[in-house]
Ligand binder design. Structure first.
Ligand code: IMP
Length: 202
């Protein structure tokens, strides 16, 4: 397989997935490389469904093998919110800044031990014959009361990893790539990819 298209315009996701794919001899493209990719309505109730929608829609559009990823943050004190709405938590045109401001506000006054949360990621793989499979990963953390660090993207400055006593905003990418929800899903995706390459001979 010469090329893999990642069905996202999110630069943070592209950076992480392209970095994870670096050891392999595969050219990585994303929706940022297409001139007018179709809009995909992310209206699924689960990360799995949204990931599959992205992979299948973009594979039909391009005829290429596609990795679709859908992810988000589940905060226990908020009953699992923002969940599948993580990207547009503050408002429909949300930015990372506004989403983080809203999360800080919603959790104000909540005790440290009740600020538990997890990131979840679903990775779907599709080719021109349709959906191949969907795999998932998760990563546990605690939501801090204020931003710490500027690495990563999205909620990373608020996502604290007890093992390192640092947020993903403070930790280098190399560490996030060993711990994250996306990295865990990616390791499962690699097993799918291996089988796919053997079975299809691509
Ligand atoms: P979507 O998968 O495009 O719907 O967007 C997922 C949203 O979840 C992102 O816009 C971020 O707000 C959040 N998110 C997912 N993964 C991460 C991560 O690794 N770090 C920080 N935020 C994340």
């Amino acid at each position: 397989m010469k090329e893999l298209l990642i069905a996202t315009k999110n630069k943070g996701k592209v950076r992480e997935l392209a970095d994870l794919l670096k050891p392999f001899d595969i050219k990585v493209l994303s929706l940022l490389d297409l001139s007018s990719p179709p809009d995909i309505v992310e209206d699924g109730e689960t990360f799995r469904v949204n990931a599959a929608k992205k992979a299948v829609a973009i594979s039909i559009y391009t005829g290429k093998p596609v990795l679709g990823e859908d992810s988000g943050l589940e905060v226990d004190a908020l009953g699992g919110k923002p969940g599948v709405y993580s990207a547009r938590y503050s408002d429909p045109g949300a930015t990372d800044e506004r989403n983080n401001d809203k999360l800080i506000q919603e959790l104000s006054g909540v005790a440290w031990e009740k600020r538990t949360a997890r990131y979840r990621s679903a990775i779907a793989f599709a080719d021109d014959d349709g959906l191949i499979d969907v795999v998932e990963g998760s990563c546990e953390g605690i939501i801090t009361a204020e931003r710490r660090g500027t690495n990563g993207f999205g909620y990373d400055p608020l996502f604290y990893i007890p093992q390192y006593q640092k947020t993903f905003g403070e930790l280098p990418l190399e560490i996030k790539q060993t711990l994250s929800h996306r990295a865990e899903a990616f390791r499962k995706f690699l097993k799918l990819l291996e089988k796919y390459l053997v079975v299809t001979g691509r």
